[in-house]
Design a protein around this ligand. Structure first.
Ligand code: ADP
Ligand code: ASP
Ligand code: MG
Length: 438
């Protein structure tokens, strides 16, 4: 069995849904994971925003605009009144449910219930379309098997046990459908795996089922060697090691959610990135096989803050770094990059929720300076330190750009630069020109 995950644009219109149905119906008895139709989750976030602000009118208008969009999709999607009516009733029910929130107290629990409706809509519309076409598809409700534990981490045993049971109960099914992104938490409330989290669902269910392959179908022909939203003429990379893919996803390559690689990697299940609009294109294969001697791709992560602590007295004294790290740990703030010298240590973070508190606490140990609006540029490929020339190639591409920090040697797969966000475009273009130009 394979897991095939289709993102928002892949199911973003009636015709796209029809295309996906055709594509998966000839692919075998697989588990198909769907995101919400593109734009829906953003609109649901908007609705929740109005409700937080007690703006019932704003919520109502946005709800009815979104409902109109779905009714239009239904008109185009189905060819029989029987299925169109089924879908219309379901859509009315969901939007009536969304309408009930304005009368209640509104908080994060309610917000998550609202955000879950996008995937519930897309999967039901797809289920009925498939059934109308005579495909024996069975919808496995993600809220019955996707579960997080008290730490908010996926509960692998629960997922495996419940998902396997649901599959075993349906021996006649030609294929299975389920919702990406949504889950229940340890308190049995409706929750989610964070924005973009359908990739994570795919990887978790793939690992739970020991799937043959996890396919992430999207609107581009695989992982490109640079951010196609910023740089022209980027090209698809045909093969990545799990670690390379994880670095790229973590450092900003939006095609993959950063959490998606780990479960696949632990279960040693290959991940393939494929293009829904061009299903014959080879895409990108991600697996455990290293490929020496190549620089694969570049990615950038925005909204980074650099923090430097200088302390001529204490820095390299025994236990100093531990004290510094404990401060970050106490605010559950991960450090992305770190550089040390005899008199100072610089770190970068992207979660700035506790920046004020962290700076306050660090001041106990030295002089603290902070640079906002920074960006990490990550060059990924064979960066084994014993190879000569790879890191210097990346470094020399950055020769005209002020670099705040460099990180190399943490893994065999990357070299990262911390620069100003305003220099990102120039840096990405310079790296493409020097590393990938033919
Ligand atoms: P989906 O809705 O299918 O999950 P996403 O929008 O999350 O799709 O991811 C696909 C998008 O990721 C592409 O349209 C592309 O603009 C963007 N992207 C950013 N960096 C890369 C990269 N290195 N390679 C491919 N796509 C990238
Ligand atoms: N629909 C969710 C989002 O837009 C999850 C996903 O698409 O992966 O964030
Ligand atoms: Mg995505």
């Amino acid at each position: 069995m394979k897991v095939m995950k289709f993102g928002g644009t892949s199911v973003g219109s009636a015709s796209r849904m029809q295309h996906v149905a055709e594509l998966v119906s000839s692919a075998g008895r697989n588990l198909v994971v769907l995101s919400a139709m593109s734009g829906t989750t953003n609109t649901l976030v908007e609705i929740a925003g109005y409700l937080y602000n007690h703006n019932s009118e704003g919520a109502r208008d946005t709800i009815s605009r979104l409902e109109g969009k779905y009714l239009k999709v239904i008109k185009e999607l189905y060819s029989t009144e029987e299925y169109a009516a089924k879908a219309r009733d379901f859509v009315h029910e969901i939007f009536a449910f969304l309408g009930t929130f304005s009368k209640q107290l509104f908080g994060p629990v309610q917000e998550k219930m609202i955000l879950a409706q996008g995937e519930l809509l897309s999967t039901h519309l797809m289920l009925w379309y498939m059934q109308e076409k005579g495909i024996n598809a069975v919808l496995l409700p993600a809220l019955d098997f996707m579960r997080t534990d008290v730490q908010g981490e996926p509960d692998g045993d629960f997922i495996r046990e419940h998902l396997t049971k649901l599959i075993d109960e349906n021996p006649e099914a030609q294929l299975f459908l389920t919702q990406g992104f949504i889950c229940r938490n340890a308190h049995d409330e409706v929750d989610n795996l964070q924005r973009g989290g359908s990739d994570y669902t795919a990887s978790l269910v793939g690992a739970a089922l020991q799937a043959e392959e996890i396919q992430i179908w999207t609107d581009i022909d695989g992982m490109h060697n640079n951010d196609p939203r910023v740089v022209k003429d980027t090209e698809a990379v045909r093969h990545l090691h799990f670690e390379e893919a994880a670095e790229l996803a973590y450092f900003g390559a939006k095609i993959l959610h950063p959490t998606c690689i780990q479960p696949a990697r632990y279960a040693n299940i290959p991940v393939r990135l494929l293009n829904t609009m061009e299903p014959e294109a080879p895409g990108t294969l991600i697996n455990n096989i290293p490929e020496p001697g190549t620089i694969k791709a570049v990615a950038a992560k925005d909204n980074i803050v650099a923090i430097k602590i200088k302390s001529s007295r204490m820095l390299l004294a025994h236990g100093f770094l531990r004290k510094v790290f404990e401060i970050f740990e106490s605010y559950r703030t991960p450090i992305d990059m770190i550089c040390t010298s005899e008199v100072g240590v610089s770190m970068s973070i992207d979660d700035t929720r506790y920046l004020g508190e962290i700076i306050h606490d660090l001041k106990k140990y030295g002089t603290v300076t902070v640079d906002l609006d920074m960006c990490i540029i990550c060059v990924v490929g064979d960066m084994d330190w014993e190879n000569v020339g790879f890191e210097s190639k990346a470094l020399s591409a950055m020769k005209d750009i002020p670099v705040r920090m460099v990180s190399y040697g943490g893994s065999n797969y990357n070299i990262s630069f911390l620069i100003k966000e305003e220099d990102k475009e120039e840096a990405l273009k310079a790296l493409s020109a020097s590393l990938f130009a033919k």
